[in-house]
Structure formats: C-alpha cells, structure tokens
Design a protein around this ligand. Structure first.
Ligand code: ATP
Length: 357
C-alpha cells in the first residue's frame, strides 16, 4: 500500500499559540480517516494545513510522496468540502460543477460530459439547471461533493460537512459519503466533533485534544482499548463511567468508591498495592439486578428511554449510567443493585489518566 498522506513532526503556531503539537500521521491510499475531538483541539487547523490554507510552522507534510510544505493550495491536488458548501449562488448546479474544470482550461463539451458523469454518480442529474437556493441542504451537500469529485483529486478533505443538516439527513448522508468514498477508491480526511460519525464512517480515527493526537487507530480498537481516560470518555455514547478506586493490599483487587457504597472487584492483572486508580466501565457492561445482589447498591436518579434502550443513572457521586435494552420496569428513587462485568474494567492512572494494562 502506498502512503497518500504523511505528516512527520508537524507543529503549527498562531503567534505564540501552539495549535498543533508534533503531529505524526501516515494515511494509506484508500483510507477514510476521521479527525475528531472537542472544539478548539486543532482538527480544522490540521485539515486546513493539508489543504494548504494554513502554513505549518515546522515538520514535514507529504501528499502522494511529494513534499507539500511550500506548495500553494491549488497545486496540491486535494479537494475540500466545507460545512457551508461554498457553492456559487449565481451559478446553476451544472455551472458549479464545470467551473473548476473550465478555469483549468478544459473545453466546454468535455467539462459538461464530466459534470454529467459525476451528477449520475451523486444523483444530481435532474437538478443540473437549478440554482443553489432552489436545493435542499442535502442536495447542496451533494453538489459540494460532486464539485470535489469532478477534479479527481488525490484526497478529499471534509470539514464538518454534515453539521448543517438535520439528524435524519446526517445519518443518511454519512452512509452516502462513505459509499462514495468506496466507489471512488478515494483517500478521505474527515473532520467532525461527532464521535458517532467518526466511529461509523472511518477506517482510522484520530482523536485530538489541545493540539495533540491522544490516540489513533481502528474505531473499535479505540473503543475497546482507549489509551487514556480522555479517549475513553470521548469515544462511546452514553460515555464510559469513571469511578475512583484504590488497589487492595494483595494487588489483585480494587475497592471502588461511590461515596455511600463501595465495591470490591477482582483485577484481571495485578497492580501495585495501595495505588489510586480510576476505573472505567462502559454503560453496557453494567446490569441492573435486585437491591443487595450487585457489586453496588444504589438509589436510581433518573430513567430515560429511547424506546429501544433505557438509560438508568444512579443518584450517586460520581453518577453511573447503565444501558439496558428494552424498557425495564425501574423508577427514579428505587434502590437497585448494579452488577459489574469484572473482565470489562478499564484501569487508568488516577493522576495521569494513562491506561494501566
Ligand atoms: P472547532 O470544532 O470549534 O472548529 P477545531 O478543533 O477545528 O475546533 P481549530 O479551528 O483548528 O479547532 O483551532 C485550534 C485552536 O487554534 C483554537 O484554540 C483556535 O482558537 C486557534 N486558532 C485557530 N485559528 C487561529 C488563528 N488564525 N489565529 C489564532 N488562533 C487560531
């Protein structure tokens, strides 16, 4: 496999502000990469640097083997798809599509043929004579993507392309974008703050915080083995529960502290006795049992049902959230037991947040 995008030791400063810190990325051709992280983590800066819209301060950035550090945006052969679509309002869909080819000197008949081919792929054929204002949000997004596709770029760069769409359309469009990526054998870098989008669309997820890559890898590897507490809490919805705990004298168990109730749980691998740890447990790895029969005995704080799943949150500090399928008969104020699957514990250093095993 050839590397399509390579970043080695990339740093970006805006004045004194360090926005990207020693970023290393190696993206193989054909990969769908999601850059995900909270607002301000640097994901747009990274994407804009790839596009050439920002100049990196130090490090090396390569696209298809060629060093890009000083190459202007239009010569990078990448196509950016924006959240705002950035369509030309006074041009029809067809003109929006042919424009970038025409300014590169492609003959009119050839540009129209290319536009027709792309429109057939993206389902825009019947909308070619419309203006952007006459299109729905999803249709505009499709035009924006078509405009990127028509140039056969080396990589597609998506900057939160779905954030202006309603929830149902987002779910639909994320499948459409992924299918298009597969059909075109494209290399895509996709910025989102939505971890579900990242998990469902990408082959490779890059989790960022404060300009640093906290972890990168296959979506389910990040879910199953988060490298630190931040990634553990960021990936997964509802979020992983965290409980303070102390490792027991034998190093083989930990005492988890929920304030009014404590639980002694066996550890899969020994740790140093007396060490303070943070235990992570995902909501689907806790079960509600009768009061007195679980590891913890807790009062129920609130109960939320989506119809197919029920989220039960304990009235403890910290709160624990449990996901049950269906609609269990549980009410706020009731006491319940919480059974915890000991093989599913994640252990983090209480100070650094780093994964311990
Ligand atoms: P969001 O999800 O809110 O778009 P982001 O992860 O894309 O966030 P960036 O836009 O990459 O974040 O910004 C990263 C950091 O760099 C932020 O703290 C931001 O304030 C800062 N920043 C971005 N552009 C500039 C600029 N031109 N000058 C100074 N600081 C900037």
């Amino acid at each position: 496999m050839t590397l399509q995008i390579e970043l080695n030791g990339v740093n970006k400063f805006y004045g004194a502000f360090h926005a990207l810190k020693d970023i290393n990325l190696a993206i193989e051709e054909g990969t769908f990469v999601a850059l995900v992280g909270p607002s301000g983590c640097g994901k747009s800066t990274l994407l804009r640097s790839l596009a050439g819209l920002e100049k990196i301060s130090t490090g090396e950035m390569k696209i298809a083997g060629a060093l890009m550090n000083n190459v202007p945006p239009r010569k990078r052969d990448v196509a950016m798809v924006f959240q705002s679509y950035a369509l030309y309002p006074h041009m029809t869909v067809e003109e929006n599509l042919t424009y970038s080819l025409r300014i590169r000197g492609v003959k009119k008949a050839e540009a129209l043929k290319a536009a027709a081919d792309v429109a057939a792929t993206t389902g825009l054929t019947h909308l070619m004579k419309r203006y952007p204002r006459e299109l729905s949000g999803g249709q505009r997004q499709r035009v924006a993507m078509s405009r990127a596709i028509i140039r056969h770029p080396k990589a597609f760069l998506f900057d939160e392309p779905l954030s202006n769409l309603d929830a149902a359309l987002r779910v639909h469009m994320r499948k459409e974008i992924r299918a298009l990526h597969d059909r075109l054998h494209a290399t895509s870098v996709y910025v989102t703050h939505d971890q579900i989008e990242a998990m469902t669309m990408a082959d490779h997820v890059v989790v960022m915080r404060d300009g640093v890559i906290e972890q990168q890898g296959r979506p389910l590897d990040l879910y199953d083995r988060p490298a630190n507490r931040f990634v553990a809490g960021f990936i997964g919805s509802p979020a992983m529960n965290f409980i303070p705990a102390i490792v027991g004298e034998d190093g083989m168990h930990a005492v988890l502290d929920l304030g009014a109730t404590r639980a002694r749980l066996a550890l899969a691998a020994p740790l140093a006795a007396g060490v303070a740890v943070t235990v992570g447990i995902r909501p689907e790895h806790i079960r509600i049992v009768a009061s007195g029969e679980g590891a913890f005995d807790v009062p129920v704080g609130f109960v939320e049902s989506t119809g197919s799943a029920t989220y039960v949150t304990s009235a403890t500090r910290p709160e624990l959230t449990v996901v049950e399928t269906g609609r269990p008969d549980i009410a706020s104020g009731e006491r319940v037991g919480l059974a915890i699957e000991p093989t599913q514990l994640h252990l983090f250093d209480a100070d650094t947040g780093k994964r311990l095993e």
